[in-house]
Each structure stands twice: as structure tokens, then as C-alpha cells.
Design a binder for this molecule. Structure first.
Ligand code: HEM
Length: 134
């Protein structure tokens, strides 16, 4: 597996997870009465969406031609489909959808980050198995 793709995927997945977490921080500050935070929440929603698309593109490259696992590409695709819905539900103030969807996006982002930092990330399955046996 080409290391630039592996490292780019790792970094973008992590940055995306942190950007989603920061959304919750801005939302919490906004709900505490700091109304300027809603503007930052809106600006950061574009960062979250862009990083979601970038991680999807990288996860596809990681799968083909990288010959890595395919499920992360599907998971990233699901996240980047959820994010426009997240932005729309925020703008339309459909909070009953917006908050649970945010929790789901954050949970998926944390799981992807844990996967991306596993020691066997990007190592072929046969190589990983022999490394674990050592
Ligand atoms: C994937 C992460 C998220 C994205 C992309 C996102 C996006 C947005 C957008 C675009 C808005 C409209 C902003 C505006 O009107 O200028 C919004 C509003 C809001 N979001 Fe989020 N959001 C995310 C996560 C969260 C989280 C984690 C929470 C709370 C736990 C949250 C709570 C809110 C609240 C309370 C509003 C304001 C609704 C109102 O004005 O009545 N959001 N969000």
C-alpha cells in the first residue's frame, strides 16, 4: 500500500473526527447564550463536509488501486451522505433530526479514527497475521 495514501487517509479521518467534535463545542456554547458561536458552527459545517468528501475519496483510493479493505470507503461514503442532511437539518432547525444525526456521525468518525490508528492499518492481512504471531 502506498504510504502517502495511508497517511493522508489517517490524517484526514482524524481531522474530520476533530472537526465534528468542535461542532458539538460550538453548539454547546451557542446553547449557553453565545450567539456568535452559531456563525462558527455554520463555517465549521463546511469544513466538516469538505473533510468528509476528502476522506471518502482517499478511502476509495485506499481500496482501489491501494488494495486495502473496501468497507472504510462505504463507511466514509455513508458519512458524507449524512453530512449534507446534517447541514440541511441545521439550517431548517429540525433539531430532532440534527442532534441524533450528529451523534451518529461522531460515533462513525470515532470508529474510523480508531481503525485508522491500529498498528495493522494498511498492512496486508497475511503480513499482519505473521506480525501478530511474532
Ligand atoms: C456533523 C456535524 C454538524 C454539522 C455539519 C452541523 C451543521 C449545522 C448547520 C449548518 C446549522 C445552521 C447554522 C446557521 O443557521 O447559521 C446548525 C445549527 C445548529 N446545530 Fe449543528 N451541525 C453539526 C453538529 C451539531 C451538534 C453535535 C449539535 C449539538 C449537540 C448541533 C446543534 C445545533 C444547534 C442547536 C443549531 C442551531 C439551531 C437553531 O438555530 O435553532 N449541531 N448545525
Amino acid at each position: 500500500m502506498a504510504w502517502p495514501i495511508r497517511w493522508a487517509l489517517r490524517i484526514v479521518i482524524t481531522a474530520h473526527m476533530l472537526a465534528v467534535f468542535v461542532q458539538a463545542v460550538f453548539a454547546g456554547r451557542f446553547l449557553s447564550g453565545d450567539f456568535e458561536m452559531l456563525r462558527l458552527h455554520f463555517i465549521n459545517s463546511q469544513v466538516v463536509g469538505a473533510l468528509g468528501l476528502a476522506e471518502t475519496a482517499l478511502a476509495i483510493l485506499y481500496w482501489r488501486p491501494g488494495r486495502g479493505r473496501g468497507w472504510p470507503a462505504l463507511a466514509c461514503l455513508a458519512v458524507s451522505i449524512a453530512e449534507p442532511l446534517q447541514i440541511a437539518s441545521g439550517l431548517l432547525r429540525v433539531i430532532g433530526v440534527h442532534v441524533p444525526l450528529a451523534v451518529a456521525v461522531f460515533a462513525a468518525s470515532v470508529l474510523l479514527t480508531l481503525w485508522a490508528w491500529r498498528p495493522t492499518f494498511g498492512v496486508r492481512r497475511s503480513t499482519a497475521a505473521s506480525e501478530e504471531r511474532r
